[in-house]
Design a protein. Structure first.
Length: 219
């Protein structure tokens, strides 16, 4: 056991420390559970999350019964050294109810909303991933009322033509010298990004494939 690390951590009076579990790809918070020193040591040793059940008074390994395990990617400690943030690759769903995240109900006007598998929502910075998920759903479940479904079904040539058109629109908007330039460029850039996402889906690329490529290029 790494004594230096464990001497640093501020476990509570019961020898426990809360651990917030976050999906490394989506950024969504999946769950919160408690660890004691042994659970943390096993997590560090195995690369999978281990927790301490306050109700059952025993250690448990995430996924030992459901098969929905968590592969640890990174562990962070807060400034007070009394809370862990663990970034994981989630296999399957995180919640025992079958929901992707344990935080699947929102408090609204002093009431709880119904359970929703889309909760918690993506942050605005991650909305492109949410949009890509919607495009993927349109590909898997086509609708005659969906522009995205129609575009995907029309084939590569039609999608590439739209990308070419939207690229030209972005260039023209950028060259404008009007009070409305910002709003116009914003609109056209959004159109271009959307059509690029459609092409990615058509070519069976994922949003994470592109993000990983960009990450590798970071100096």
């Amino acid at each position: 056991m790494n004594n230096n690390l464990f001497d640093t951590l501020n476990f509570d009076e019961n020898g426990l420390i809360p651990a917030i579990i976050q999906d490394e790809k989506t950024g969504k918070v999946l769950m919160m559970a408690y660890m004691n020193a042994e659970a943390l040591e096993r997590t560090l040793a195995t690369g999978q999350t281990w927790f301490y059940s306050r109700k059952r008074k025993k250690l448990w390994n995430k996924g030992e019964t459901s098969g929905y395990s968590q592969l640890v990617k990174d562990i962070y400690l807060d400034c007070d050294q009394d809370t862990l943030l663990i970034m994981v690759e989630q296999k399957g769903v995180a919640c025992h109810t079958g929901m992707p995240s344990c935080f699947h109900q929102r408090i609204s006007d002093h009431h709880l909303t119904l359970p929703d598998p889309e909760m918690p929502p993506f942050s605005l910075a991650s909305f492109s991933q949410e949009l890509f998920d919607i495009i993927r759903q349109r590909a898997e479940n086509p609708s005659s009322q969906s522009y995205t479904s129609k575009l995907l079904q029309s084939g590569r040539e039609r999608i590439l033509r739209k990308i070419s058109e939207e690229t030209t629109e972005v260039i023209l908007a950028s060259l404008e010298d009007t009070d409305q330039k910002k709003e116009h460029l914003q609109w056209e850039a959004a159109d271009l990004l959307y059509h690029l996402l459609v092409l990615m889906q058509f070519e069976h690329l994922s949003w994470y494939d592109i993000m990983n490529e960009l990450k590798k290029r970071r100096k």
